[in-house]
Design a protein around this ligand. Structure first.
Ligand code: AMP
Length: 122
């Protein structure tokens, strides 16, 4: 099944410059910005500039250049935010079971405090 991309999602609007964002890093194919409702002292979202719904869509359909750029951007964000020493969590929610709010691929980089166990019930 192919994913259908909704170009009215909020991250598409950010990429078109229609709404502002608090940019951490911009590269040829990726953008990283602070989450508007941070769940931890460090909470950055890394997104590809291309129209990909989720990680699965990106991993299957993005070009090598986009995948390389996006992966390196995640590493650069970790360096900028200085999470190497104390650690961090990278999360990508997808679809209904993943409780994805915005249907444009984003990796959450969370850190700055102990984050607890990975999953809670419910
Ligand atoms: P998810 O549930 O994985 O789709 O997460 C979507 C994330 O996007 C949430 O953590 C929101 O706080 C965040 N978010 C929504 N709108 C914005 C925005 N305009 N700028 C930055 N982050 C946003």
């Amino acid at each position: 099944m192919a994913y259908t991309y909704d170009d009215q999602n909020i991250f598409a609007k950010i990429l078109r410059g229609e709404i502002p964002n608090d940019t951490v890093l911009e590269t040829d194919h990726s953008l990283a910005f602070n989450d508007i409702r941070p769940q931890a002292p460090i909470h950055v979202l890394v997104i590809p500039k291309g129209a990909y719904v989720n990680y699965d869509d990106f991993a299957r359909n993005a070009s090598d250049a986009e995948i390389l750029d996006f992966t390196r951007a995640i590493g650069e964000v970790c360096k900028i935010k200085g999470v190497e020493t104390d650690g961090f969590r990278a999360i990508s929610n997808a679809g209904q079971h993943g409780v994805q709010e915005v249907p444009h691929l984003h990796i959450h980089i969370l850190g700055g405090r102990p984050l607890g166990r990975m999953l809670q019930q419910g």
